[in-house]
Design a protein around this ligand. Structure first.
Ligand code: PEP
Length: 254
């Protein structure tokens, strides 16, 4: 049984005060949650204070991006070393907004994944097709390439420990969700590909989140699919009620 992982990606939202209030509520309301991993990914400026509020709680903190170098002349960037120092356990890499607006490539994602494992941080590696790619039947080719190259610098044990996130670009922030069948089809294909490259034991362990307009009302069906091991949540992670709606669905299955 893979342990579910629900992560909230705040993107470029919330001040330190707003984020602190949100995680204080989440920390208290999640105090008895034990059957899943919960992660929040604040904007970089809020990581340290948020990590202070969550210290000793069951909620972990993630970065939304990182550079692959430990340090250096890369104005505006931050390194895995710095993210770990600020309190992160996870770092999202390859998010479609990074790929689309900041020219993040599969090769860059592979370097970031390598650097994160070198610093005992867990990558949440996002893959997903655009609407145009889906409509021209390229979904599986695009994702296979993102998975193959993105994981290429890792050992089988590292792949078993990584978190993958399938996020169809057309479903992010649009209110349009993949059907559970559409999502499961891609998740199963990703797991099959991992099995072919890294072996079945690795594929059985790797967790694959779904992301794209997940909310309390569709979480049950999506998270009920055999190869969907959690959710990467954008909009619905910005209020305690909306995020807890997703978490409590999972918790109720205990
Ligand atoms: C995301 O940003 O990873 C995401 C899935 O956003 P939303 O839930 O708002 O679609």
């Amino acid at each position: 049984m893979r342990r579910k992982i629900i992560a909230g990606n705040w993107k470029m939202n919330l001040t330190v005060a707003e984020g602190t209030a949100l995680v204080t509520a989440l920390r208290d309301r999640c105090a008895k949650v034990s059957n899943m991993d919960i992660v929040v990914a604040p904007t970089a400026t809020a990581i340290y204070p948020i990590a202070q509020v969550l210290a000793g709680s069951m909620i972990a903190v993630a970065g939304q991006n990182c550079h692959w170098a430990d340090k250096g002349a890369y104005t505006g960037e931050f390194s895995p070393v710095q993210l770990k120092d600020a309190g992160c356990k996870y770092v999202i890499i390859g998010h479609s907004e990074r790929r689309q607006y900041f020219a993040e490539t599969n090769e860059g994602v592979a370097k970031k994944a390598r650097a994160l494992f070198d610093h005992q941080l867990t990558p949440i590696l996002c893959v997903g097709e655009t609407l145009e790619e889906r409509e021209s039947n390229k979904t599986f080719d695009v994702i296979a390439e993102q998975v193959k190259v993105g994981l290429s610098a890792l050992s089988a044990d590292e792949v078993a420990a990584i978190v993958l996130a399938y996020e169809p670009v057309w479903a992010i922030g649009t209110g349009r969700t993949a059907t559970p069948e559409q999502a499961e089809e891609v998740h199963a294909a990703i797991r099959k590909q991992v099995a072919e490259i890294y072996g079945q034991a690795t594929a059985d362990k790797v967790r694959i989140q779904y992301g794209g307009s997940v909310k309390a009302s569709n979480a049950a069906q999506l998270l009920g699919q055999p190869d969907i091991d959690g959710a990467l949540v954008g909009g619905a992670s910005l209020t305690a009620d909306a995020f807890m709606g997703i978490i409590l669905y999972e918790e109720s299955k205990k």
